[in-house]
Design a protein around this ligand. Sequence first.
Ligand SMILES: C[S@@+](CC[C@H](N)C(=O)[O-])C[C@H]1O[C@@H](n2cnc3c(N)ncnc32)[C@H](O)[C@@H]1O
Length: 374
Amino acid sequence: MDQIAFHHDTVLSDVHMHLPGARHLMTRLNSVGQPVFVSRFKVLVEGHDNSDRGKVLDQKEKLNDPQGDTKTSPCQDEEKDGEGNVEPFLDEDGDLDVPHRPRENSAVGGRDLVCPVILKQSSPVIELEECEEEEEDRCSEGVLRIEHTMATTLEDVGKQVWRGALLLADFILSKPELFRGSTVLELGAGTGLTSIIMATTATRVYCTDVGEDLLRLCKRNISLNKHKTEPADAGVEFSWTEEEVADLYDNTRFIVAADVCYDDDLTDGLFRTLYRLCSSFTHSCTIFISLEKRMNFTLRHMDVTCQAYNHFRRCLSQLQDLSDGRCVFRVEQVPLSFSQFLLYERIEQLELWKLSAALLPLVDVQLDSDLLSS
Ligand SMILES: C[S@@+](CC[C@H](N)C(=O)[O-])C[C@H]1O[C@@H](n2cnc3c(N)ncnc32)[C@H](O)[C@@H]1O
């Protein structure tokens, strides 16, 4: 197979688009015949100050190309007349073919083209090689190995890694003491990257999403990175025991969700779930939601809008205004001044929101009714 064809009715995460081709390798087909790729995410030991973008990008180039033999894209190859001038040329049909010059200091400059290659298919020899690679990664503490698919339909977006997951992971890595020893629930975990990072500091992480296929991928990623986390109970596959449900209600201190607000109905579902959980927990709980504000041109508006984001903001306001006597929510945006431990573009459309849910003391309600009846 020379090239993978991406159909136009699919979406591809920028995370996979921007990673170097050499690390974007197809390893197998999953049970529904989708190509599965493996990406390695290097976790920097010392986070980079996000105000120093130049340094981060410099580091990114080094990590992508430790031997300095990175293939340049065709566009970059064109630019070698010493002056940075690009010579236009004619294509086979005689049309003028003007290559796009990478913008200087642009965060997208220097990216490799993504050229997935089938390296191996399942066979005993390959499985042995896989074990050796896993062993290698096990030894390199600072590397996350994540299997994912590329260019999925909207229903399958959880099988890719999204920038929101990396932003949330960065936040966790920059504040490990906040989550240390706690019980955490992740909603819409997708490939499980954020949960895996969370498990390096939290005591227990409930990693949730929908769909057997996706959960199997997520489980595989957890086992690929088990050197970073404590092994979870084998238990019954993808189901909750009574003890776990009780533990969730009694002990969850944090709920996290990365890039789960891109469809109004799903966003409504998310906020209903958050409300139900927080008002049933026995403790107050803090929620962190990361997202990317995506702009789309719509024919209805004849303009660029960010509908999914606007809906998310409306849901936030409604939650904050809620006064049902059981639970109150305080909503604030978290400044993205925390360090960057993972390599991705922290574009200005990325946001992190903190929702603090406080249970109102039931005793007050009781007292009020006592007063009323006396
Ligand atoms: C764009 S993916 C993000 C995956 C991962 N958190 C990341 O950032 O890489 C969105 C995920 O959220 C899940 N999701 C969205 N809304 C949901 C809902 N209401 N209930 C359950 N899962 C939901 C989807 O199944 C999907 O896996």
